[in-house]
Write a protein that binds this ligand. Structure first.
Ligand code: NAP
Length: 343
Protein backbone atom coordinates (compact mmCIF):
# COMPACT_ATOMS: atom_id res chain seq x y z
CA UNK A 1 0.00 0.00 0.00
CA UNK A 2 1.24 3.52 -0.82
CA UNK A 3 2.61 5.50 2.13
CA UNK A 4 0.04 7.97 3.49
CA UNK A 5 0.62 11.60 4.36
CA UNK A 6 -1.31 13.32 7.17
CA UNK A 7 -2.07 17.01 6.91
CA UNK A 8 -4.13 19.62 8.72
CA UNK A 9 -6.32 21.77 6.52
CA UNK A 10 -8.16 25.03 7.18
CA UNK A 11 -11.77 23.83 7.55
CA UNK A 12 -13.41 27.17 8.35
CA UNK A 13 -12.33 30.79 8.75
CA UNK A 14 -12.48 32.02 12.37
CA UNK A 15 -14.52 35.07 13.28
CA UNK A 16 -12.59 36.08 16.41
CA UNK A 17 -10.92 33.38 18.51
CA UNK A 18 -9.57 30.24 16.86
CA UNK A 19 -11.20 26.91 17.84
CA UNK A 20 -10.76 23.23 16.93
CA UNK A 21 -13.64 23.50 14.42
CA UNK A 22 -11.43 25.62 12.17
CA UNK A 23 -9.08 22.70 11.42
CA UNK A 24 -9.47 19.29 9.76
CA UNK A 25 -7.02 16.40 9.85
CA UNK A 26 -7.03 14.27 6.71
CA UNK A 27 -4.87 11.82 4.78
CA UNK A 28 -3.73 11.53 1.20
CA UNK A 29 -1.03 9.54 -0.56
CA UNK A 30 2.47 10.95 -0.19
CA UNK A 31 3.06 12.92 -3.42
CA UNK A 32 5.74 11.75 -5.86
CA UNK A 33 8.47 14.24 -6.84
CA UNK A 34 8.80 15.38 -10.44
CA UNK A 35 11.99 16.68 -12.11
CA UNK A 36 13.65 19.28 -9.87
CA UNK A 37 11.55 18.29 -6.85
CA UNK A 38 12.40 16.65 -3.54
CA UNK A 39 10.25 14.42 -1.32
CA UNK A 40 10.68 14.85 2.42
CA UNK A 41 9.47 13.10 5.58
CA UNK A 42 8.83 15.97 7.98
CA UNK A 43 10.29 15.53 11.46
CA UNK A 44 9.14 18.80 13.05
CA UNK A 45 7.23 21.93 12.17
CA UNK A 46 7.05 25.41 13.61
CA UNK A 47 3.95 27.07 15.05
CA UNK A 48 4.06 30.86 14.75
CA UNK A 49 1.67 33.74 15.46
CA UNK A 50 1.61 34.83 11.76
CA UNK A 51 -0.45 31.71 10.95
CA UNK A 52 -3.46 33.39 12.61
CA UNK A 53 -3.37 36.07 9.90
CA UNK A 54 -3.27 33.45 7.13
CA UNK A 55 -6.61 32.06 8.38
CA UNK A 56 -8.43 35.33 7.55
CA UNK A 57 -9.50 36.22 4.03
CA UNK A 58 -8.19 39.79 4.15
CA UNK A 59 -5.59 41.66 2.14
CA UNK A 60 -2.21 41.46 3.88
CA UNK A 61 1.47 41.07 3.02
CA UNK A 62 0.79 37.39 2.14
CA UNK A 63 -2.14 35.50 0.63
CA UNK A 64 -4.52 33.69 3.00
CA UNK A 65 -4.58 29.89 3.18
CA UNK A 66 -7.48 28.82 0.90
CA UNK A 67 -10.37 26.98 2.54
CA UNK A 68 -9.46 23.28 2.48
CA UNK A 69 -5.79 24.15 1.91
CA UNK A 70 -2.99 22.86 4.13
CA UNK A 71 -2.13 25.27 6.96
CA UNK A 72 1.17 27.01 6.24
CA UNK A 73 4.33 26.31 8.28
CA UNK A 74 8.07 26.11 8.09
CA UNK A 75 9.31 22.58 8.80
CA UNK A 76 12.43 20.43 8.96
CA UNK A 77 12.73 16.90 7.68
CA UNK A 78 14.74 14.17 5.98
CA UNK A 79 14.90 13.75 2.21
CA UNK A 80 13.31 10.44 1.16
CA UNK A 81 13.52 10.80 -2.64
CA UNK A 82 15.16 13.45 -4.82
CA UNK A 83 14.85 14.52 -8.45
CA UNK A 84 17.17 17.47 -7.79
CA UNK A 85 20.89 16.58 -8.04
CA UNK A 86 21.70 18.91 -5.11
CA UNK A 87 19.81 16.69 -2.64
CA UNK A 88 20.07 13.00 -1.74
CA UNK A 89 18.04 10.70 0.50
CA UNK A 90 19.06 11.23 4.13
CA UNK A 91 19.82 14.96 3.73
CA UNK A 92 18.34 17.19 6.44
CA UNK A 93 16.43 20.17 5.06
CA UNK A 94 14.21 23.12 5.94
CA UNK A 95 11.22 24.03 3.75
CA UNK A 96 7.67 25.40 3.88
CA UNK A 97 5.93 22.01 4.04
CA UNK A 98 2.94 23.22 6.04
CA UNK A 99 1.10 21.33 8.77
CA UNK A 100 1.86 17.94 7.23
CA UNK A 101 3.82 14.74 7.83
CA UNK A 102 5.39 14.67 4.35
CA UNK A 103 5.84 16.99 1.43
CA UNK A 104 7.29 17.62 -1.99
CA UNK A 105 8.90 20.94 -2.92
CA UNK A 106 11.19 22.17 -5.70
CA UNK A 107 14.81 21.80 -4.57
CA UNK A 108 15.37 25.55 -4.98
CA UNK A 109 12.86 26.18 -2.16
CA UNK A 110 14.81 24.01 0.33
CA UNK A 111 17.71 24.88 2.59
CA UNK A 112 20.11 22.10 3.50
CA UNK A 113 20.91 21.89 7.22
CA UNK A 114 24.30 20.98 8.62
CA UNK A 115 24.99 19.08 11.84
CA UNK A 116 26.49 22.02 13.76
CA UNK A 117 23.21 22.73 15.55
CA UNK A 118 20.19 20.52 16.36
CA UNK A 119 17.70 20.33 13.46
CA UNK A 120 14.87 22.03 15.35
CA UNK A 121 16.95 25.18 15.89
CA UNK A 122 16.25 25.92 12.19
CA UNK A 123 12.66 26.61 13.28
CA UNK A 124 13.43 29.00 16.11
CA UNK A 125 16.64 30.49 17.38
CA UNK A 126 18.48 29.98 14.05
CA UNK A 127 15.31 30.12 11.95
CA UNK A 128 12.75 32.71 10.95
CA UNK A 129 11.96 34.06 14.45
CA UNK A 130 15.62 34.50 15.48
CA UNK A 131 16.33 36.05 12.10
CA UNK A 132 13.39 38.46 12.51
CA UNK A 133 14.83 39.76 15.78
CA UNK A 134 18.34 40.13 14.33
CA UNK A 135 17.15 41.73 11.07
CA UNK A 136 14.91 44.21 12.88
CA UNK A 137 17.56 45.32 15.33
CA UNK A 138 20.47 45.50 12.88
CA UNK A 139 18.47 47.31 10.20
CA UNK A 140 16.43 49.69 12.35
CA UNK A 141 17.45 49.53 16.03
CA UNK A 142 20.42 51.94 15.94
CA UNK A 143 21.33 50.42 19.31
CA UNK A 144 23.69 52.37 21.57
CA UNK A 145 25.26 51.08 24.78
CA UNK A 146 23.59 52.60 27.82
CA UNK A 147 20.18 52.96 26.15
CA UNK A 148 17.05 51.12 27.32
CA UNK A 149 15.17 48.61 25.16
CA UNK A 150 11.78 47.07 25.93
CA UNK A 151 10.38 43.94 24.25
CA UNK A 152 7.25 41.90 25.03
CA UNK A 153 6.66 38.18 24.39
CA UNK A 154 10.12 38.27 25.96
CA UNK A 155 10.58 34.50 26.38
CA UNK A 156 9.41 33.64 22.84
CA UNK A 157 11.90 33.08 20.02
CA UNK A 158 11.70 36.67 18.73
CA UNK A 159 11.65 38.44 22.09
CA UNK A 160 14.40 36.34 23.68
CA UNK A 161 16.70 36.96 20.69
CA UNK A 162 15.93 40.70 20.73
CA UNK A 163 16.79 40.83 24.43
CA UNK A 164 20.02 38.89 24.10
CA UNK A 165 21.31 40.89 21.14
CA UNK A 166 20.53 44.20 22.86
CA UNK A 167 22.09 43.01 26.12
CA UNK A 168 25.25 41.91 24.28
CA UNK A 169 25.52 45.48 22.95
CA UNK A 170 25.38 47.06 26.39
CA UNK A 171 21.77 48.20 26.60
CA UNK A 172 19.50 47.95 29.61
CA UNK A 173 16.94 45.35 28.53
CA UNK A 174 13.48 45.12 30.06
CA UNK A 175 11.11 42.35 29.01
CA UNK A 176 7.37 42.00 29.29
CA UNK A 177 5.95 38.50 29.69
CA UNK A 178 2.83 36.71 30.88
CA UNK A 179 3.13 35.47 34.46
CA UNK A 180 5.85 35.19 37.12
CA UNK A 181 7.38 31.98 35.67
CA UNK A 182 7.98 33.53 32.27
CA UNK A 183 9.34 36.71 33.88
CA UNK A 184 11.79 34.61 35.89
CA UNK A 185 12.78 32.81 32.67
CA UNK A 186 13.47 36.15 30.95
CA UNK A 187 15.84 37.24 33.70
CA UNK A 188 17.44 33.93 34.77
CA UNK A 189 17.81 32.25 31.37
CA UNK A 190 17.90 35.05 28.82
CA UNK A 191 19.70 37.63 30.97
CA UNK A 192 17.15 40.46 30.85
CA UNK A 193 17.79 43.15 33.46
CA UNK A 194 14.13 43.07 34.50
CA UNK A 195 10.78 41.75 33.31
CA UNK A 196 7.26 43.08 33.86
CA UNK A 197 4.31 40.67 34.10
CA UNK A 198 1.58 41.98 31.80
CA UNK A 199 -1.00 39.70 33.41
CA UNK A 200 -0.46 41.53 36.73
CA UNK A 201 -0.73 44.94 35.01
CA UNK A 202 -3.69 44.62 32.70
CA UNK A 203 -4.31 48.29 31.87
CA UNK A 204 -2.11 50.73 29.98
CA UNK A 205 -1.90 52.90 33.12
CA UNK A 206 -0.69 50.02 35.32
CA UNK A 207 1.73 48.88 32.66
CA UNK A 208 3.13 52.41 32.40
CA UNK A 209 3.73 52.50 36.15
CA UNK A 210 5.41 49.10 36.23
CA UNK A 211 7.61 49.89 33.21
CA UNK A 212 8.54 53.32 34.54
CA UNK A 213 9.91 51.64 37.68
CA UNK A 214 12.16 49.38 35.57
CA UNK A 215 13.11 52.04 33.00
CA UNK A 216 14.28 54.99 35.12
CA UNK A 217 15.87 56.67 32.07
CA UNK A 218 12.86 56.13 29.80
CA UNK A 219 12.68 53.86 26.74
CA UNK A 220 14.87 54.40 23.67
CA UNK A 221 13.92 51.32 21.63
CA UNK A 222 10.61 49.47 21.77
CA UNK A 223 10.51 46.24 19.79
CA UNK A 224 6.76 45.87 19.30
CA UNK A 225 5.46 42.29 19.36
CA UNK A 226 2.08 42.61 21.05
CA UNK A 227 0.16 45.93 20.87
CA UNK A 228 -2.62 46.19 23.48
CA UNK A 229 -2.08 47.65 26.98
CA UNK A 230 1.69 46.96 26.77
CA UNK A 231 1.96 49.42 23.89
CA UNK A 232 -0.24 51.86 25.81
CA UNK A 233 2.16 51.69 28.76
CA UNK A 234 5.28 52.05 26.63
CA UNK A 235 4.30 55.06 24.49
CA UNK A 236 4.36 57.78 27.19
CA UNK A 237 7.79 56.53 28.33
CA UNK A 238 9.44 56.79 24.92
CA UNK A 239 12.47 59.10 24.88
CA UNK A 240 13.28 61.83 22.39
CA UNK A 241 14.42 60.24 19.08
CA UNK A 242 13.14 56.85 20.26
CA UNK A 243 12.74 53.99 17.78
CA UNK A 244 9.69 51.71 17.64
CA UNK A 245 10.14 48.60 15.49
CA UNK A 246 6.69 47.25 14.67
CA UNK A 247 7.12 43.51 14.33
CA UNK A 248 3.77 42.15 15.52
CA UNK A 249 0.65 42.90 17.54
CA UNK A 250 -0.55 39.55 18.79
CA UNK A 251 -2.97 41.06 21.34
CA UNK A 252 -5.08 42.24 18.39
CA UNK A 253 -4.82 39.24 16.00
CA UNK A 254 -8.24 37.92 17.06
CA UNK A 255 -9.78 41.38 16.58
CA UNK A 256 -9.82 42.33 20.30
CA UNK A 257 -10.81 45.97 20.92
CA UNK A 258 -9.03 47.21 24.06
CA UNK A 259 -8.49 50.77 25.32
CA UNK A 260 -5.29 51.13 23.27
CA UNK A 261 -6.91 49.91 20.02
CA UNK A 262 -9.47 52.68 20.57
CA UNK A 263 -6.88 55.36 21.43
CA UNK A 264 -7.30 58.48 19.26
CA UNK A 265 -4.80 58.46 16.43
CA UNK A 266 -4.23 62.18 17.05
CA UNK A 267 -2.54 61.36 20.39
CA UNK A 268 -0.07 58.98 18.77
CA UNK A 269 0.65 61.41 15.95
CA UNK A 270 1.31 64.25 18.39
CA UNK A 271 3.63 62.02 20.41
CA UNK A 272 5.52 60.96 17.27
CA UNK A 273 6.07 64.61 16.38
CA UNK A 274 6.92 65.96 19.83
CA UNK A 275 9.34 63.12 20.59
CA UNK A 276 10.59 62.78 16.97
CA UNK A 277 9.95 59.06 17.10
CA UNK A 278 10.88 56.69 14.30
CA UNK A 279 8.11 54.11 13.85
CA UNK A 280 9.34 51.40 11.50
CA UNK A 281 7.37 48.40 10.22
CA UNK A 282 9.40 45.19 10.00
CA UNK A 283 8.79 42.24 7.70
CA UNK A 284 11.50 39.62 7.90
CA UNK A 285 10.99 38.55 4.27
CA UNK A 286 12.33 41.96 3.15
CA UNK A 287 15.69 41.01 4.67
CA UNK A 288 16.18 37.39 3.50
CA UNK A 289 19.25 38.33 1.45
CA UNK A 290 21.01 38.81 4.82
CA UNK A 291 20.19 35.32 6.15
CA UNK A 292 23.77 34.09 5.67
CA UNK A 293 25.10 37.10 7.58
CA UNK A 294 22.65 36.32 10.41
CA UNK A 295 23.84 32.71 10.63
CA UNK A 296 27.51 33.76 10.59
CA UNK A 297 26.87 36.23 13.42
CA UNK A 298 24.43 34.30 15.64
CA UNK A 299 25.03 30.55 15.06
CA UNK A 300 28.44 30.55 16.83
CA UNK A 301 26.89 32.37 19.79
CA UNK A 302 24.14 29.74 19.98
CA UNK A 303 26.40 26.70 19.62
CA UNK A 304 28.86 28.09 22.20
CA UNK A 305 26.01 28.61 24.68
CA UNK A 306 26.52 32.39 24.85
CA UNK A 307 22.97 32.89 23.51
CA UNK A 308 20.29 30.70 25.09
CA UNK A 309 17.14 29.27 23.57
CA UNK A 310 14.18 27.35 24.98
CA UNK A 311 11.94 25.05 22.94
CA UNK A 312 8.43 23.94 23.86
CA UNK A 313 7.91 20.68 21.95
CA UNK A 314 4.46 19.17 21.42
CA UNK A 315 4.29 15.57 20.16
CA UNK A 316 2.14 14.62 17.15
CA UNK A 317 0.69 16.52 14.20
CA UNK A 318 -2.86 15.92 15.50
CA UNK A 319 -2.02 18.10 18.53
CA UNK A 320 -0.99 21.11 16.42
CA UNK A 321 -4.38 22.94 16.51
CA UNK A 322 -4.57 22.80 20.32
CA UNK A 323 -0.94 23.93 20.61
CA UNK A 324 -1.56 26.79 18.18
CA UNK A 325 -4.59 28.00 20.16
CA UNK A 326 -2.36 27.92 23.25
CA UNK A 327 0.29 30.02 21.48
CA UNK A 328 -2.23 32.78 20.84
CA UNK A 329 -3.05 32.75 24.56
CA UNK A 330 0.58 32.65 25.72
CA UNK A 331 0.52 29.04 26.96
CA UNK A 332 3.81 28.19 25.19
CA UNK A 333 7.07 28.51 27.09
CA UNK A 334 9.72 29.21 24.47
CA UNK A 335 9.71 28.38 20.77
CA UNK A 336 6.66 26.23 19.99
CA UNK A 337 7.50 23.19 17.84
CA UNK A 338 5.43 20.16 16.83
CA UNK A 339 7.48 16.96 16.62
CA UNK A 340 5.90 14.88 13.87
CA UNK A 341 8.34 11.98 13.44
CA UNK A 342 11.76 10.90 14.65
CA UNK A 343 14.87 12.55 13.26
P1 NAP B 1 5.92 33.66 20.82
O1 NAP B 1 6.56 34.59 21.78
O2 NAP B 1 6.40 32.27 20.73
O3 NAP B 1 4.37 33.51 21.13
C1 NAP B 1 3.54 34.59 21.22
C2 NAP B 1 3.56 35.17 22.64
O4 NAP B 1 2.83 36.37 22.63
C3 NAP B 1 2.82 34.32 23.66
O5 NAP B 1 3.58 33.26 24.18
C4 NAP B 1 2.51 35.35 24.73
O6 NAP B 1 3.63 35.46 25.60
C5 NAP B 1 2.43 36.67 23.94
N1 NAP B 1 1.06 37.16 23.95
C6 NAP B 1 -0.04 36.55 23.48
N2 NAP B 1 -1.12 37.33 23.67
C7 NAP B 1 -0.67 38.45 24.28
C8 NAP B 1 -1.30 39.62 24.75
N3 NAP B 1 -2.62 39.79 24.62
N4 NAP B 1 -0.55 40.59 25.33
C9 NAP B 1 0.78 40.42 25.48
N5 NAP B 1 1.45 39.32 25.04
C10 NAP B 1 0.72 38.36 24.47
O7 NAP B 1 5.92 34.37 19.40
P2 NAP B 1 7.12 34.77 18.43
O8 NAP B 1 7.17 33.77 17.33
O9 NAP B 1 8.34 35.06 19.19
O10 NAP B 1 6.55 36.11 17.79
C11 NAP B 1 6.48 37.32 18.53
C12 NAP B 1 5.84 38.41 17.67
O11 NAP B 1 6.63 38.63 16.52
C13 NAP B 1 4.43 38.08 17.18
O12 NAP B 1 3.64 39.24 17.22
C14 NAP B 1 4.65 37.68 15.75
O13 NAP B 1 3.51 37.85 14.95
C15 NAP B 1 5.78 38.60 15.38
N6 NAP B 1 6.60 38.19 14.22
C16 NAP B 1 6.70 39.06 13.19
C17 NAP B 1 7.51 38.78 12.11
C18 NAP B 1 7.67 39.81 11.02
O14 NAP B 1 8.33 39.56 10.00
N7 NAP B 1 7.09 40.99 11.21
C19 NAP B 1 8.19 37.55 12.05
C20 NAP B 1 8.08 36.67 13.15
C21 NAP B 1 7.27 37.00 14.23
P3 NAP B 1 3.43 35.96 27.10
O15 NAP B 1 2.69 34.85 27.80
O16 NAP B 1 4.79 36.19 27.60
O17 NAP B 1 2.61 37.19 27.03
Amino acid sequence: MAEMMKRIALAERPKGEVGPEHFRLDQTEVPTPRDGEVQVRVTAMSLDPYMRGRMDDVASYADPVPLGGTMEAGAVGIVTESKDPRFAPGDKVFGMFGWASHGVLPGQQLRKLDDRAPMNTALGVLGMPGFTAWAGLTAYGKLKAGETLVVAAATGPVGSMVGQIAKSQGLRVVGVAGGPDKCKMAVDIFGFDACVDHRAHGSAKDMRGALAAECPDGIDVYFENVGGPVLGGVLPLMNLHGRIIVCGMIAWYDGAQDEVARMPLANLWRMALVKRLTIQGLLQTDHVARYGEFLRDIAPKVTSGEFKYVEDVVQGLENAPEAFMGLLKGRNKGKLIVQISEE
